[in-house]
Design a protein around this ligand. Structure first.
Ligand code: CIR
Length: 260
C-alpha cells in the first residue's frame, strides 16, 4: 500500500526566474510573460497553503530556466525521497539544487545514479502502486533503478507508457483519490488504468488532465470549463488557476510542486 495518495502536509515550490523565457518547449507558441507567471504561481502557492499545508518556497534559479517545474527533480514518499536524473540535459543541475530542501525534512534520500534517466512528471503515485510512464525523458534503465529503490520501501512499481508526442505520463492524467484517476481518453486507451475508476477530461480539453488533488482541492488549469463542471458534479472541490504561461512550456499543475 502506498500512502498518502492525496493527503499532504507539505509541498515544495520554486519561484519562476526571468530566464523562464528560455525554458524548454516542444513547440514555440509564444514567449512566457514573467509577471503573469509570477501572479499565477502566487495563486497556486496560496491555494496549497489554504489547505493547511506548509509550503517550502525556494528562490528562483536563473541558471535553470525550467527550475519552476520542481516535480521533475524528485519523488517524495513517506519513507524518503528519491532524487531523479532528468532526461533533459539542461535540467540535470536542478536536482542538486533541490536536494538540500529535501534533506531538511527527510532522513532517507536516495539518488538515481544512472546511466538511466527518469523525471518526476512520469510518476503517478496512487493509493495502491507507483505507475511510471516510459517517455522521451524516462527510459527503461531509469525505471529499473527506481523500482529497486522502491522495493526497499515496500512499494510496487508498474511500468507503463506515455503516449507518443506527450511530454510526461502525468501530462495526461492525475490522481483524484486513492482509486480514481482523471485521464485523457488517449492515455486510458492504453489500458494502464485497468481496475481504477477513471474520469475522462472533456474532448478538446486534454490539457486539463494535468491537475492535482491536494487535500480537499482538485487544482485544475483554468480554461477547461466542461472538465471543471464534470469534476464539480462528481463532488470535487475544484480550484482553477490560470496556466497560460506555463502551458507555453508544456507545464501544468502537477509540475509546479513536490507534495508529501
Ligand atoms: C520541460 O520541458 O521539461 C519543461 N518545459 C516542462 C516540464 C513540465 N513538467 C511536468 O509536467 N512534470
Amino acid at each position: 500500500m502506498t500512502n498518502p495518495s492525496f493527503e499532504f502536509s507539505r509541498a515544495v515550490t520554486r519561484r519562476p526566474s526571468a530566464s523562464i523565457i528560455n525554458g524548454l518547449r516542444a513547440e514555440d507558441i509564444g514567449t512566457p510573460d514573467l509577471d503573469q507567471m509570477l501572479a499565477d504561481h502566487a495563486h497556486y502557492v496560496a491555494t496549497l497553503k489554504e489547505t493547511g499545508a506548509e509550503v517550502i518556497e525556494l528562490p528562483p534559479l536563473e541558471a535553470y530556466p525550467d527550475a519552476v517545474f520542481v516535480e521533475d527533480t524528485a519523488l517524495c514518499l513517506p519513507q524518503g525521497a528519491v532524487m531523479m536524473r532528468p532526461g533533459a540535459p539542461s535540467r540535470m543541475g536542478e536536482v542538486a539544487e533541490m536536494e538540500p530542501a529535501l534533506r531538511a525534512v527527510y532522513e532517507d534520500i536516495r539518488q538515481i545514479s544512472g546511466p538511466g534517466h527518469i523525471e518526476g512528471g512520469d510518476i503517478l503515485v496512487t493509493g495502491r502502486e507507483v505507475l511510471v510512464g516510459r517517455s522521451d525523458r524516462t527510459d527503461a534503465a531509469g525505471v529499473a533503478e527506481l523500482a529497486g529503490i522502491l522495493a526497499d520501501w515496500g512499494h510496487s512499481l508498474r511500468e507503463v507508457f506515455t503516449p507518443p508526442g506527450v511530454l510526461h505520463f502525468k501530462t495526461d492524467c492525475s490522481l483524484l483519490d486513492a482509486d480514481t484517476i482523471l485521464s485523457t481518453k488517449r492515455l486510458e486507451a492504453s489500458g494502464c488504468f485497468e481496475g481504477y475508476n477513471v474520469l475522462h477530461v472533456a474532448d478538446g480539453e486534454e490539457a486539463a488532465a494535468n491537475s492535482i488533488r491536494f487535500n480537499q482541492y482538485v487544482i485544475c488549469p483554468a480554461g477547461f470549463p466542461r472538465t471543471a463542471e464534470m469534476l464539480s458534479n462528481a463532488g470535487y472541490d475544484v480550484v482553477q488557476i490560470n496556466n497560460s504561461e506555463c502551458s507555453k512550456l508544456d507545464g501544468g499543475m502537477s509540475c509546479l510542486s513536490l507534495r508529501f
